[in-house]
Design a protein around this ligand. Structure first.
Ligand SMILES: NC(=O)c1ccc[n+]([C@@H]2O[C@H](COP(=O)([O-])OP(=O)(O)OC[C@H]3O[C@@H](n4cnc5c(N)ncnc54)[C@H](O)[C@@H]3O)[C@@H](O)[C@H]2O)c1
Length: 255
C-alpha cells in the first residue's frame, strides 16, 4: 500500500510506539490522520499540525473500553475523512493486577474497534476495503507466564486478526488484516513491571533487551506498506521477521 494521499486512523497514537509511528506515517504525505486516544497530547498534536500542514491531523477522544466511544469516534472520523484506508489498533495496557481492564483494553477493545471499522470499510456494506493492522505482542505468540492475562489477551488479538483475514471474511470485506508482534520496546508500558506481573515475583528478574520505539515504529510502517493479508510479523530488537504458524487442525468433512 502506497500511503501517500491515504486516510489513516491510529488508536493509541499518543503512546510510546504510537507517537513514533504517527510521525513516521506523516512522513508518507497522508491525506488525513485521525488519532483516537484516551487523552489528548496537545503539544504533539500541535507539532504534527504545524510540521505537516498538507495533512489533516485531528484528535478524537476515545476510551476503548466503551463501545459507545468507539462508535462515536469512527462516526466523527468518517464525517471528516470520508473513508479509511488504514486503521491501526495500537492502544494497550500491560498490568495483570487489573484483570478485567487488561482484557477490555487489549482484546475486547481490538475486537470492537475492528468490527466498528469494518462497518465503514467492508466492501459488502458499501465501503472501499482497506487494511487493519493490530498490534499484538511477542506475548501474543509465545506464552509469557509472568504476564499470563496480558499474554492471553494478546494471543486473542493474534487469533482475531488471523481469523478476520481468513476465508470467507477477506473475500467479503476487501479489508486485509495484519498482525504486528513487537518484542520489548522502551515505552511507559514497561514502567514498574514488577508491580504488574500476574503474581508477585520475589526473585531477581533478568533484564530483557529492549528496542527503541522509533525503530519499532519504522518497521511497523514498512510492514503496513508491504505485508500481505493474513501475515504476522515479529518486530524484535530492531529486526523484522515474518512469522509462520503450524497448521494444528484441519476439519474432517462429512461425506
Ligand atoms: N512496549 C512494549 O514492550 C510492547 C511490546 C509488545 C507489544 N506492545 C503493544 O504495543 C502497543 C503500544 O504500546 P506502548 O508500548 O506504546 O505503550 P504505551 O503505554 O506507551 O501506550 C499505550 C497507548 O494506549 C492508550 N490507551 C490505554 N488505555 C486506553 C483506553 N482505555 N482507551 C484508549 N486508549 C488507551 C494510551 O493512552 C496510550 O496511547 C500496545 O498494544 C502494547 O500492548 C508493546
Amino acid at each position: 500500500m502506497d500511503l501517500a494521499g491515504k486516510n489513516v486512523v491510529y488508536l493509541g497514537g499518543f503512546g510510546g510506539i504510537g507517537q513514533k509511528a504517527c510521525a513516521e506515517l506523516l512522513e508518507r504525505k497522508l491525506q488525513a490522520l485521525a488519532v483516537f486516544d484516551l487523552t489528548l497530547n496537545a503539544e504533539i498534536l500541535g507539532d504534527w499540525q504545524s510540521k505537516y500542514p498538507k495533512t489533516t491531523v485531528f484528535y478524537q477522544k476515545l476510551d476503548i473500553t466503551q463501545r459507545s466511544d468507539i462508535e462515536a469516534a469512527y462516526k466523527v472520523a468518517a464525517e471528516r475523512m470520508g473513508h479509511f484506508d488504514l486503521v491501526i489498533n495500537g492502544m494497550g495496557l500491560m498490568d495483570d493486577r487489573h484483570v478485567e481492564l487488561t482484557i477490555q483494553i487489549n482484546l475486547l477493545g481490538v475486537v470492537n474497534s475492528c468490527l466498528v471499522a469494518l462497518e465503514y470499510m467492508d466492501k459488502s456494506q458499501g465501503g472501499k476495503g482497506g487494511r487493519i493492522m493490530n498490534i499484538s505482542s511477542v506475548a501474543g505468540i509465545q506464552p509469557t507466564p509472568i504476564m499470563s492475562v496480558y499474554s492471553a489477551a494478546k494471543h486473542g488479538v493474534t487469533a482475531l486478526t488471523r481469523c478476520l483475514a481468513g476465508s470467507p471474511n477477506f473475500e467479503r470485506s476487501g479489508v486485509s488484516f495484519i498482525t504486528i508482534c513487537p518484542g520489548f520496546t522502551d515505552t511507559p508500558l514497561l514502567h514498574d513491571i514488577r508491580e504488574k506481573t500476574t503474581f508477585q515475583i520475589d526473585s531477581a528478574m533478568r533484564a530483557i533487551k529492549r528496542q527503541p520505539p522509533q525503530v519499532c515504529a519504522q518497521n511497523m510502517v514498512k510492514v503496513a506498506e508491504q505485508a500481505k493479508n493474513g501475515t504476522a510479523w515479529l518486530l524484535d530488537v530492531g529486526e523484522i521477521k515474518e512469522l509462520e504458524f503450524p497448521v494444528m487442525w484441519t476439519p474432517q468433512l462429512e461425506e
